[in-house]
Design a protein around this ligand. Structure first.
Ligand SMILES: *Cc1c(COP(=O)(O)O)cnc(C)c1O
Length: 237
């Protein structure tokens, strides 16, 4: 479907351009911000089109969908990011397939990831998800539970906690999103100061289709963009 592919390639280029502009306006280098293309709305052809257009970092929010796509030979070159809730019984199957888990939201889950990574003989990069909006239906650590976890991290030698992830409030618009993102950045700064010396929290995964520019202004190093990539293509969800 060449037209569909063409539209995705155009959308991708437009998003990359907006990311670069947002970075420059914020006095940052565009190279310091990574795009994770969220493919949860689309099937194999659209996902393959993205990969072919040079977008290798792909995100899925459901482990089963990630498994299916990661198994597909046409998508073998992708670097997968799990951005949604991970149940502990799905860790073992998910871990070998992913580059980065954005959504570790409890110490128990982190311990399970650590054990599975040890069995794989790997050290896995993960982010801790924080609930910055306070919305009850969202996953994510509270500020105090994050601060309590920090001292446990050096003992978990097969995971490298390299930053934080959040989602902005669903309906707050850009102003509220900006506050949520700025709160995550400040929390990262505070956490970094009280963390043991072997912990380095560099990454801030924040910003989606409606608020990625705000997130870049507030210090995002990774943005996760889905629906905007497939505008004019037709979404599954
Ligand atoms: C779906 C999803 C995204 C992408 O959202 P869009 O608004 O479609 O860009 C980003 N992050 C998470 C955690 C998601 O579940």
């Amino acid at each position: 479907m060449p037209n569909l592919d063409q539209k995705i390639i155009e959308n991708l280029a437009a998003i990359r351009e907006r990311m670069a502009q947002a970075a420059i306006s914020a006095g940052r280098s565009p190279d310091d911000i990574q795009l994770v293309a969220v493919t949860k709305y689309v099937g194999l052809p659209e996902t393959a089109a993205l990969l072919e257009a040079g977008c290798r970092d792909l995100g899925e929010s459901r482990p089963q969908q990630l498994w299916e796509k990661a198994d597909h030979p046409e998508l073998a070159a992708a670097h997968w990011h799990l951005i949604g809730h991970l149940q502990r019984n799905k860790v073992r199957r998910t871990l070998p397939l992913v580059e980065l888990i954005h959504s570790v939201d409890s110490l128990r889950l982190l311990e399970t990831v650590n054990e599975a990574a040890e069995q794989l003989g790997q050290r896995k990069r993960v982010l801790l998800e924080v609930n910055c909006s306070g919305e009850a239906e969202k996953h994510g650590l509270t500020t105090s539970s994050l601060m309590e976890m920090l001292s446990e991290l050096p003992a978990l030698r097969h995971v490298e906690v390299c930053g934080l992830m959040t989602m902005a409030a669903r309906s707050g618009g850009e102003v509220v999103a900006g506050k949520n993102f700025s709160a995550l950045r400040q929390l990262r700064d505070v956490a970094q100061q009280s963390a043991p010396p072997e912990v380095t929290l560099t990454e801030l995964s924040m910003g989606m289709s409606h608020d990625f520019e705000v997130a870049i202004r507030e210090g995002a190093t990774i943005v996760r963009v889905g629906s905007l990539l497939f505008e004019g293509v037709g979404l599954r969800e």
